[in-house]
Design a protein around this ligand. Structure first.
Ligand code: RP5
Length: 162
């Protein structure tokens, strides 16, 4: 399946969180690619990745990083594809606020759609929604996903009310 979502992370240590995005896309049958690209340790690789993403057919990039998390913002500066940022609570972080603020507080003109701390699954859901806006098959699966969520809450409400 040709990847339409690019999932990247600053370090292999981010994989447990970023794998949640991949897993959701897998379940929905959305093609993705997954790799490590570091803004600080492999800046040229980051530039090559971001600048070639559109040519490779990527429609949205999910970028996770922790600490001084420049990866999502730098990638967003290098491509006009939408970028979803996943702040990751790394072992040296100040409760994850470093990651959250460095991804969320982008200057005007270079937005990064930021999910919650360690929000790998939500990033996968958001990426699938973006793909689903233009791909009716993925869009139908997203509709089904939302219906399932709604029904679960309605069922639990009925049980509590009984
Ligand atoms: C960031 O630094 C990575 O995204 C990771 O969250 C954090 C720690 O990286 P490692 O020291 O585990 O490689 O660049």
């Amino acid at each position: 399946m040709k990847p339409s979502v690019g999932i990247i992370m600053g370090s292999q240590s981010d994989l447990p969180i970023m794998a949640e995005a991949a897993q959701f896309l897998e379940e929905l049958g959305v093609g993705y690619e997954l790799t490590v690209v570091s803004a600080h340790r492999t800046p040229r690789r980051m530039i090559d990745y971001a600048e070639s993403a559109r040519e490779r057919g990527i429609k949205v990039i999910v970028a996770g990083a922790g600490g001084a998390a420049h990866l999502p913002g730098m990638v967003a500066s290098l491509t006009s594809l939408p970028v979803i940022g996943v702040p990751i609570k790394s072992s040296n972080s100040i409760d994850g606020w470093d990651s959250i603020l460095s991804i969320l507080q982008m200057p005007s003109g270079i937005p990064v759609a930021t999910v919650a701390l360690n929000g790998g699954k939500n990033a996968g859901i958001l990426a699938a929604s973006i793909v689903g806006a233009f791909n009716s098959e993925v869009g139908s699966k997203m509709d089904q996903f939302k219906t399932t969520l709604r029904e679960k809450v309605e069922d639990s409400a009925l049980q509590i009310e009984e």
